[in-house]
Structure formats: structure tokens, C-alpha cells
Write a protein that binds this ligand. Structure first.
Ligand SMILES: NC(=O)c1ccc[n+]([C@@H]2O[C@H](COP(=O)([O-])OP(=O)(O)OC[C@H]3O[C@@H](n4cnc5c(N)ncnc54)[C@H](OP(=O)(O)O)[C@@H]3O)[C@@H](O)[C@H]2O)c1
Length: 288
């Protein structure tokens, strides 16, 4: 397949592009320096040259607090930028994977969200990503909407890196107990997406590592596995940790649609252990 990956320098896009290359697809990876998704000319030109059969759309403004402070910019990139990609897919008869988020839900459920539960975003990032979902559903008949959550990847900096950094420096750790989600390893998600695109089972998917955790449980598990068992973490609530973007409280995802196809991700605790095994920054005492 000829596959165009947007956001290919990012956490997920780079994992996906790497795996697709190993699987011998013809892959064109683009990011904001080569194709700005808010610039339709740049998108048209890239599609004309690469002629993709499939587009995996990972590019987005993902800094949730920045999105809360610049909601129009979030809409421009995550909403209208996605529209530009979806229209190009339509014109070139390409299928599309749109990567979305657990933040499309309001977090008031008392169970993990299923694929066809009703979204109701509660912050500007979630709003802009849900706008993208609706556009893709309206414009591209062959689409996969893949919702995921709480990504950790080897490149860049993520929640695991921040927790280990604070522990290594002996700084106090305060982590919230009432934000619940689904920690997910980008390598596992990339493998699941690569399997999904081999099917023609278009629709909505929740691809996350199995299980759920509070931010506090996630942090505690990371520190314990990395050998920082005696370092305390102060449990706090979201109210004690105000941020520009308030996350949905209970927004873990349940993978039902993928499981029907045999596409499941291992439990998140196993994924964290696998991540720590190979991530150089994650080893105790590692140099930054
Ligand atoms: N990270 C998570 O925990 C998480 C959770 C759920 C869902 N998701 C979704 O998963 C997808 C991938 O997330 P990620 O964590 O891999 O994101 P990421 O690391 O922030 O990568 C996104 C990439 O998109 C690029 N980009 C931003 N604006 C662009 C534009 N106008 N044109 C072209 N490229 C642009 C970014 O460039 P710059 O870095 O220069 O801005 C970045 O390289 C996103 O759709 C996100 O909404 C992420």
C-alpha cells in the first residue's frame, strides 16, 4: 500500500511510520515542516506527488493546555486541518485513519467508554478532536476513527519521563487520584493500527492497552518498576491541581470493536514494563 502518515515526527506518527516501513509498505511521512495540514495547497501538492491509497492522520495540536488557551487555533488545526485532509482523501479515493482521543468524552460515566457511546467533550482540545471525527465521518466513506489515550513513546517527553525525572532529582511528587484513563504504549498502538488497516472493517475503534488506572496508580507503578519504591507520591485531586484544560475525570476506553477482529493490546502494566526495559531515559540514574 502507498501510505501517507501525517504528524510523522510526533510520538505516534513516528512509531507508525517506522513499523509500516518494516512491513514493506511505501510510506511517505510528513510533518508541519513539509506539509502544513492547515494549508490546502501544501496538502494538495503532497497528495498529488504521493498518490496515497491510505492516509494515517496523526498530526494535531496535542498540548491540551495550549489548546485551552488558544481554542480557535485548536479548531483550525484539529478541526479544519482534518477537513483539508479528509477532502483530499475524498478526491484521491484514499481510505483514512483519524487518530482521536478519550477526551471526546465528558468523563461522567461509571464504566469505561465503548466505541459508540455518545461523545460530549468538556474542553477545547476534546471539542476540536471531536469536530475532526465528525468531519471524517461525513466526508470519507472508508474511514477508521481510532480513539486512544495517555500515550507514552520513546521520543520526546511523556508522563513516565516526567515522573522519573522528578524522582531522580528527589523532587516532591504530587499526582491526581481522580483522573482515570488508559495508559497506552505507542509501539503497541502502532502494531494494532497496522493490523487494522489490513482489514476493510471501517468504523470507530478504541485502541488502548487493556485496563485502566488513575494518574496516581500509573505514577506509582512506574516508580515501583524503576526501583523507586521508597519514594512517596502525595495523592491529590484535580481540584488541587488546577490547569487551563480540565480533563474528563473517568475516561478510560474499552476496546470492543478491535477485540471482535482479534486486535487487542496487552495490559498497560505489561506495556509499561516493556517500555522501561528499552527506554534509556527511564533507567534509574540515567543521564538526561
Ligand atoms: N499524546 C497523547 O497522549 C494522545 C492521547 C490521545 C490521542 N492522541 C492523538 O494521537 C495523535 C498523535 O498524538 P501524538 O502524541 O503523537 O502527537 P505529537 O507528538 O504532538 O505529534 C503531532 C505532530 O503533528 C504536528 N503538527 C502540529 N500542527 C500541524 C500542522 N498544522 N500541520 C502538520 N503537522 C502539524 C506536530 O508538530 P509540532 O510538534 O511542531 O507542533 C507534531 O509533530 C493526535 O491526533 C492526538 O490528538 C494523543
Amino acid at each position: 500500500m502507498r501510505i501517507l502518515v501525517t504528524g510523522a515526527n510526533g510520538r505516534l506518527g513516528s512509531s507508525i511510520a517506522q513499523l509500516l516501513n518494516i512491513e514493506n509498505h511505501t510510506v511517505v511521512g510528513v510533518d508541519i515542516d513539509t506539509m502544513d495540514i492547515t494549508d490546502s495547497e501544501s496538502v494538495q501538492e503532497t497528495f498529488s506527488v504521493s498518490q496515497p491509497n491510505l492516509v494515517i492522520h496523526c498530526a494535531a495540536l496535542t498540548a491540551v493546555d495550549y489548546c485551552a488557551q488558544h481554542p480557535d487555533e485548536a479548531i483550525e488545526t484539529n478541526g479544519f486541518g482534518t477537513q483539508t485532509i479528509a477532502l483530499a482523501c475524498q478526491q484521491h479515493d484514499a481510505a483514512m485513519v483519524y487518530v482521536s482521543t478519550n477526551e471526546v468524552f465528558d468523563g461522567t460515566s461509571n464504566r469505561a467508554y465503548r466505541e459508540y457511546d455518545t461523545p460530549n467533550p468538556v474542553n477545547p482540545y476534546g471539542y476540536s478532536k471531536y469536530m475532526g471525527e465528525q468531519i471524517v465521518r461525513d466526508l470519507v466513506s472508508r474511514h477508521f476513527i481510532v480513539r486512544t489515550a495517555w500515550l507514552f513513546a520513546h521520543g520526546g517527553r511523556n508522563f513516565i519521563h516526567v515522573m522519573l525525572d522528578l524522582a531522580q532529582k528527589g523532587k516532591p511528587l504530587r499526582v491526581v487520584t481522580n483522573e482515570i484513563g488508559s495508559p497506552t504504549y505507542t509501539n503497541d498502538l502502532a502494531a494494532a493500527v497496522c493490523r487494522l488497516i489490513q482489514t476493510d472493517q471501517y468504523g470507530i475503534y478504541h485502541l488502548v492497552n487493556a485496563g485502566q488506572a488513575s494518574r496516581y496508580e500509573f505514577a506509582r507503578h512506574v516508580l515501583d518498576l524503576a526501583g523507586y519504591t521508597i519514594i512517596p507520591i502525595e495523592p491529590i485531586t484535580l481540584e488541587e491541581y488546577p490547569r487551563p484544560s480540565r480533563p474528563p475525570e473517568y475516561a478510560s476506553l474499552r476496546n470492543m470493536a478491535g477485540a471482535r477482529l482479534g486486535i487487542t493490546l496487552r495490559p498497560w502494566k505489561e506495556a509499561v514494563a516493556a517500555f522501561l526495559d528499552v527506554d534509556p531515559v527511564a533507567r534509574p540514574g540515567a543521564e538526561k
